[in-house]
Design a protein around this ligand. Sequence first.
Ligand code: 5GP
Length: 227
Amino acid sequence: MSTGVFIISAPSGSGKTTLVERLLREVPQLLFSISYTTRPPRKNEQNGRDYFFVSREEFEKMIAEQGLLEWAEVFGNYYGTARRFLEQARQTGQDLLLDIDIQGARQVKEKLPEAVTIFILPPSRQVLEQRLRARSQDTEAAIARRLENARREIHGYVSYDYVLINEDLDQSARCLRSIVLSERARRNGAAAGTAAGEAEKARPIAEACRRERLVRQIQPILESFGG
Ligand code: 5GP
């Protein structure tokens, strides 16, 4: 069985973390790559679970030693994917799941053109703003900053294979699961890993999430962010 690489990107507040956690619970044989970062841990974050939190010196050493599959500077901090996660996935016959930004996705696609990319969009600017307020984790200034970042980041969807418009969490979770199962079946044949019936059911759901199929739904979202 060949190793599949799935890349998920999204502006913050689009529900990415919840969707990734659900995917990992629901689909077997998926290895989540825990990134390295130089940003300080937030409350509730654990070293080695959410990220590996390292100093700038340690990070720069990893770059110099070619230990990273990709890396980028996001909001003034370094973030990167360790090469060893890809090696581990290959050795254990799992697929690899990366939660990384657009710059990282581009680098991985250059090295591994068969990697599957998925972009999560909020249904509109208004919904994103409501969600950011509802989780009451940010100050007004931070909410304004996140909305401004989202406005810039959403245009990145154009280079992704699939787009999830996260209106309904259950539906988005089903689409995400279907993308992984259908891509897996395409790569390995339906018999490997998943029951053939399951892969067959997954295919049309995944196909409906292809970026080029969603142009009309994406347009009003871009407009809600001011084009
Ligand atoms: P946060 O600091 O909110 O956890 O993440 C900020 C951004 O960094 C998110 O868009 C997230 O996807 C991205 N990110 C997290 N890990 C990596 C990584 O290893 N590489 C890259 N390029 N981006 C990452």
